[in-house]
Design a protein around this ligand. Structure first.
Ligand SMILES: NC(=O)c1ccc[n+]([C@@H]2O[C@H](COP(=O)([O-])OP(=O)(O)OC[C@H]3O[C@@H](n4cnc5c(N)ncnc54)[C@H](O)[C@@H]3O)[C@@H](O)[C@H]2O)c1
Ligand SMILES: [Fe+2]
Length: 391
């Protein structure tokens, strides 16, 4: 079987932003949100490009977990302006708005949910895409995935296409330095979840394994340092790199159960993405590794990378889940839905929908252990109480 490994051009290190001086084009639209605009990052990029003769506009309408209607507005702005370059400056929500907007700009006929990896879109004929992340987590700057929310049901859906890869990603640590402590922890745990799921999904491969292994080590080393000192630019840069490596990993091997559970938590209970998937991660490790030797071995291998010496695979996998919970405690990250402050009444009321949406999520098929809705319901119940999965 033929496999591919897609990555954009990555620009990182001190003064990475100066790479913009070398970019060719005439009309750039900056896609961002009002919070990021308030930090002045889009203005900084706009001025750099304008001094090189570009025409630049800023569209600041992105929202967390973008709805299809917001993506349509972004696409309209791209089209009205006739952009030849799209520059996303923001977190995963902004980058996904830009990527999904790029699809509708090139292909207004396209139904985003029907988008498949096999569609030919002609995106690069219309515009090129540069991503500048302001969170260190989603890795969307290095993935060919998008996550969008249906307007009516609020259900998040993920889809991908090889053309959805940015031409260039610029990892600029000063753009992440204002990220508050809670979002630093949530988004950092998203990166870890991508890495772990990228290493254990049914599509894992040697290239994704390599990027994963480095990302897992980096998150364990640098996330606590980022949270302890938000102004530590070295830690910020290392987490940006870890998130991009983890993005490359899962973009080429897929995420699985923690993301299905997490997308559903984002849809039904509006829990921030990184908090949702990161919280789900240890529970899904315990589930996937249970009586499932091949999968247990993969988690055991990741555990060895961070110093776990256990010889037996399933035990090693469970210890790895425990290490992740210890990291969560260390960075102030909730380990259960109860700890996250979700009211029991809201959880009980949403449970049926949580299960239904998780079963509909595209990542569920990549999970390395067969799973049914009754298992999902039970995992959510354990997640609410913080009980370790034992089935
Ligand atoms: N396409 C992909 O490959 C991919 C991968 C993982 C997640 N996602 C999606 O990305 C979204 C989550 O993205 P996210 O976790 O980056 O959060 P986000 O983009 O939703 O941002 C969360 C909040 O943080 C603010 N923010 C962003 N950067 C900031 C900064 N530097 N300082 C202060 N505030 C800042 C934003 O304005 C927003 O209010 C979800 O919708 C998720 O499903 C996509
Ligand atoms: Fe994610």
């Amino acid at each position: 079987m033929v496999w591919w490994f897609f990555v954009p051009k990555m620009v990182f290190g001190e003064d990475a932003l100066s790479e913009l001086e070398l970019v060719k084009g005439k009309k750039a639209i900056i896609i961002t949100d009002k919070v990021i605009e308030g930090f002045g990052f889009p203005e900084k990029v706009k001025k750099t490009l304008e001094s090189n003769g570009w025409q630049v506009i800023v569209w600041n309408g992105a929202e967390p977990d973008p709805r299809v209607s917001i993506v349509q507005e972004a696409a309209k702005a791209m089209s009205d302006f006739g952009a030849d370059t799209i520059i996303a400056i923001g977190g995963g929500s902004v980058m996904d708005t830009a990527k999904a907007g790029w699809v509708l700009y090139a292909r207004p006929d396209m139904d985003l949910e029907a988008l498949s990896p096999f569609d030919t879109l002609g995106l690069k004929d219309k515009a090129s895409l540069i991503c500048i992340p302001t969170t260190a987590g989603t890795g969307s700057e290095a993935t060919r995935a998008i996550v969008v929310r249906e307007d009516e049901s609020g259900r998040k859906f993920a889809t991908s296409n090889p053309e959805l890869m940015a031409d260039m990603a610029i990892l600029e640590p000063t753009f992440v330095k204002d990220l508050p402590k809670d979002l630093t922890a949530y988004t950092g745990m998203d990166a870890l979840t991508h890495a772990v799921e990228g290493y254990t999904s049914v599509w894992k491969n040697d290239f994704s394994d390599a990027t994963t292994m480095k990302a897992v080590q980096m998150v364990f080393e640098w996330l606590p340092k980022s949270v302890d000192d938000l102004a530590n630019l070295e830690a910020r840069e290392k987490m940006l790199v870890a998130a991009a490596l983890a993005g490359m990993s899962f973009s080429n091997s897929q995420v699985c159960l923690a993301h299905s559970l997490g997308h559903s938590l984002g849809s039904v209970l509006r829990i921030q993405h990184g908090m949702a998937v990161g919280m789900a991660l240890p529970y899904t490790i315990e589930f996937n590794a249970h009586d499932n030797p091949e999968s247990a071995k993969h988690y055991w291998e990741l555990g060895r990378l961070i110093g776990i010496e256990e010889k037996e695979h399933e035990k090693g996998a469970r210890l790895f889940a425990t290490k992740i919970r210890e990291l969560q405690d260390r960075v102030g990250f909730p380990k259960s839905l109860k700890e996250a402050g979700i009211a029991k009444g809201d959880f009980d009321e949403g449970l049926e929908k949580l299960v239904d949406f998780a079963m509909m999520d595209s990542s569920i098929t990549m999970t390395p252990r067969p799973i049914e809705s009754a298992d999902i319901k039970k995992i959510y119940e354990y997640m609410y109480e913080g009980k370790h999965v034992d089935f």
